[in-house]
Design a protein around this ligand. Structure first.
Ligand code: ADP
Ligand code: MG
Length: 516
């Protein structure tokens, strides 16, 4: 019951004609989203079975970045079908076993049905990106976003053996309210998004930048150079004090000279930069940013190919990173430093612009999805057609397989096949089409051997060839959605009792925090 309630909530967001949800989340944040994972993440779910579903969405989101709603809707449908079997006195373990047999077959069939893509084929990649963005309220900018996503993934992809590996964390998403969606840009490098140049007198724009990446405070090197390092020094009179301070300035000068001598014109420092040092840097015309986060430092290193140096006294020209331009940009009161035009950077950024904060937030989620799907095809270059086509075809094939299954498991295998059809059905429902008529047509068209990719035409009604229509999705997304749906449903089916600690009493079904 609880799991089904969860599915009911996200169901209406599925597909290009799905609706959005408006959530009043923790700390009174207002969120408007079409993303299943976000909805479940922000909801205050208490019931353990409902939590399972939320976790399912989260795993799907983390692993492949898309297909979260699909996974949840499929899992709930599996449970619904299982309920019917339970009523017929079929034991849960038999159902679970049948589901397992079915999903094994389905995985094999998926692989056979999938089509290999050529990663050089931009048009196909673009269609994949656009399919993932369908219905997210950004129609006007989807071509632009698709282009950006493809370029970003291509840049971040790393060749490993015969294939590619993409860590989507190498694509930084930074958003700022202002301008319009189409001003969203790909930065070939890194955005230091919470800092400006440390001193207003320093240059704000450096061309042909040589970037020194220093992790620790310059003073640390200073301490080491200082007379009496490691011990104490006793100062007895003002002259000694003056001499000491003088010596300190001299050492700071030495350290900054070292950075300058290495050829740096930009300094990114992981900690604070002492005022004296700032002054010397300023005089030498070096742009400096202080307190750069560790994670940003690593990105800078991947983008500029510079080395993160621990002790500035050791720095040489070989440690420096390079890029076309480093520039401070100002947005209202915020300053950000753009390290851009890097050559072949392994870490890139997308600078998101939108007129409204909530829109910018949603764009971030949409871009995450489209980057993920492209990354998925880079990692496994196989695709299937969406719009319910792959589910309808799998359902047909699994049904055929069911006939060969002996024992009561056969019923569970059939139930699994029926559950897959929840996707085309929901796409119809959300588009305001009659699901019964369309599912009948869909089944009939899949009987034809050329009907493999027939799916729901949510815009005009009826059924069309989704492959031809360009509604395509990575194999990895579909495969994981089905597998994890079965896993989640199986876990819930095996449970015969929910026992709660005294303080965590759930309300019936799911519990939502009432707004206000
Ligand atoms: P999920 O969280 O599961 O990714 P989405 O809301 O992104 O949910 O919807 C994905 C579903 O919408 C997939 O089944 C996909 O094939 C389908 N879809 C996407 N674009 C189209 C389209 N143009 N026509 C029909 N179905 C589409
Ligand atoms: Mg999606």
């Amino acid at each position: 019951m609880a799991s089904k309630t969860i599915a009911e909530i996200v169901k209406s967001t599925l597909g290009p004609r799905g609706m959005d949800k408006m959530l009043l989340a923790r700390y009174d944040r207002l969120i408007v989203t079409n993303d299943g994972a976000t909805i479940l993440d922000e909801m205050d779910v208490k019931h353990p079975a409902a939590k399972m579903m939320a976790e399912l969405a989260k795993t799907q989101h983390q692993e492949v970045g898309d297909g979260t709603t699909t996974a949840v809707v499929t899992a709930a449908e599996l449970l619904k079908k299982a309920e019917v079997l339970l009523d017929q006195n079929i034991h849960p373990t038999v159902i679970v076993h049948g589901f397992k047999m079915a999903v094994e077959q389905a995985t094999k069939m998926l692989d056979e049905l999938s089509v290999k893509v050529n990663l050089e084929d931009r048009e196909v990649l673009k269609k994949i990106a656009i399919t993932s963005m369908c219905g997210k309220g950004i129609e006007a900018a989807k071509d632009h976003f698709a282009e950006i996503s493809i370029r970003a993934v291509k840049q971040a992809a790393e060749k490993r053996g015969d294939g590619y590996f993409v860590d989507i964390d190498d694509i930084q998403l930074v958003k700022r309210v202002g301008k319009s969606l189409n001003d969203t840009e790909l930065i070939q490098g890194v955005i230091v998004n919470d800092r400006g140049v440390v001193n207003p007198e320093m240059p704000k724009y450096v061309r042909n930048a040589k970037v020194a990446l220093i992790k620790f405070p310059l003073e640390r090197a200073l301490a080491r150079q200082r007379p009496g390092y490691g011990g104490e020094i006793t100062i007895r009179d003002p002259y000694q004090m003056k001499a000491f301070v003088g010596a300190e300035s001299e050492i700071i000068q030495k350290i900054v000279d070292k950075i300058k001598k290495a050829g740096a014109n930009v300094l990114m420092c992981g900690s604070r930069i002492d005022e004296k040092a700032q002054h010397i840097l300023e005089n030498l015309g070096i742009m400096a940013v202080q307190q750069v986060k560790d994670s940003t430092m690593e990105k800078l290193s991947r983008a500029t190919r510079g080395k993160i140096v621990k002790d500035p006294m050791d720095i040489t020209d070989k440690d420096l990173g390079s890029c076309g331009v480093v520039e401070e940009r100002k947005f209202g009161n915020d300053k950000m430093v753009f390290v851009q035009e890097c050559e072949e950077p392994k870490s890139v950024s997308i600078f998101i612009r939108a007129g409204l904060e909530r829109l910018a937030d949603e764009i971030e989620r949409v871009l995450r999805d489209s980057i993920s799907v492209i990354a998925n095809v880079y990692m496994k270059d196989k695709i299937v057609a969406g719009g319910g086509a792959i589910e309808a075809e799998l359902a047909k094939r699994v049904r055929k397989y069911a006939r060969k299954v002996v024992g009561r498991e056969q019923l569970a295998v059939e139930a699994f096949a029926d559950a897959l059809e929840a996707i085309p059905r929901t796409l119809c429902e959300n588009a305001g089409l009659d699901p019964i008529d369309i599912l009948v047509d869909l089944r009939a068209s899949h009987e034809d051997k050329n009907g493999v990719w027939q799916g729901v035409d949510v815009f005009n009604g009826g059924i069309v060839d989704m492959m031809k229509k360009g509604v395509i999705e990575p194999l990895r997304v579909k495969e994981l959605a089905i597998k994890s749906a079965v896993e989640a449903a199986s876990v819930i089916l095996r449970v015969d009792d929910v026992i709660l600690a005294p303080e965590s009493k759930p309300s019936k079904g799911t519990s939502h925090r009432a707004p206000g």
